[in-house]
Design a protein around this ligand. Sequence first.
Ligand SMILES: N[C@@H](CC/C=C/[B-](O)(O)O)C(=O)O
Ligand SMILES: [Mn+2]
Ligand SMILES: [Mn+2]
Ligand SMILES: [Mn+2]
Length: 314
Amino acid sequence: RSAGVVGAAFCRGQSRSGVEEGPDRIRAAGLLDRLQQRGCAVKDYGNLVFDDVVEPSGGGGLRSVAAVGGANRRLSEAMKAVKEDGHTAVMLGGDHSLAIGSIHGHAAAVGQLSVVWVDAHADINTPLTTYTGNFHGQPMSFLLHELQSKVPVLPNFSWVKPCVSAKDLVYIGLRDVDPAEHYILKMLGVKVFSISEVDRLGIARVMEETCDYLTARGKKPVHLSYDVDAIDPSVTPATGTPVVGGLTYREGVYITEHLCGTGLLSAVDLVEVNPLLAKTDQDVQSTVNTAVDLLLGCFGRLREGNHPADYSLP
Ligand SMILES: N[C@@H](CC/C=C/[B-](O)(O)O)C(=O)O
Ligand SMILES: [Mn+2]
Ligand SMILES: [Mn+2]
Ligand SMILES: [Mn+2]
């Protein structure tokens, strides 16, 4: 297994600066070294940095339309290249609007794929239903075939081709869903394991049902889009839209251990780490260390322990 790491230092999908520092903070916490120590080959593609696109005023209440469209177009090309190089892609955000480019580029390389979206939020507002105008609340609406009649073509977005089917999408951790989003999820019959289902079923059953559901019609590469605010804010406070009652650290890591075990994990986003939004440095460290542990779980780290295949006792 090998990892191709792309940082996307982008914050314009929402209003709180600092999330563009996410990639460097996750790197500084030792992600690449710890992957290599686990015997994982790592290619670091560096950070995409986005110079400020001057926005025309207006935009219908939408925030930074042209910047979001342009950044995601570049990310899509970068993700496609990482996949064509044969790696499991790791996209370090940056805000969750980056899932537009990440999933789009992944699909451009592998064709049909499944999406596991781990988040407190559904991020499936359209540009016409969003009440904040923030694109980190909208990425899925640009990607789903079934929503295209409801999504207007925006400046710098004409390159986006819908590439995900509603039946190939599963949500885990939802607990802050807007009415329009709830309507869309019900209308399209999207599979949702909200925090209530996690409470009812337990995370092991949620993961079994997620994988059975996604492979029932044939195995496809899995794109895991992990918003760090899916985890409880007591563990990951340094994020822009914290919501109480989130996944425990243990549940969060279980998700990545389980998906790694399927052998289908093809790309993972780790987004919304904002080091400026924590009260203390310990809070930043807790957030960043959790992000690293979630990613290590994607690449075979097990809490029971691991040992090299060729290990022998001295
Ligand atoms: N539903 C809200 C919140 C969006 C949250 C985005 B996040 O999941 O990427 O944090 C909105 O549309 O602005
Ligand atoms: Mn999100
Ligand atoms: Mn979220
Ligand atoms: Mn967020």
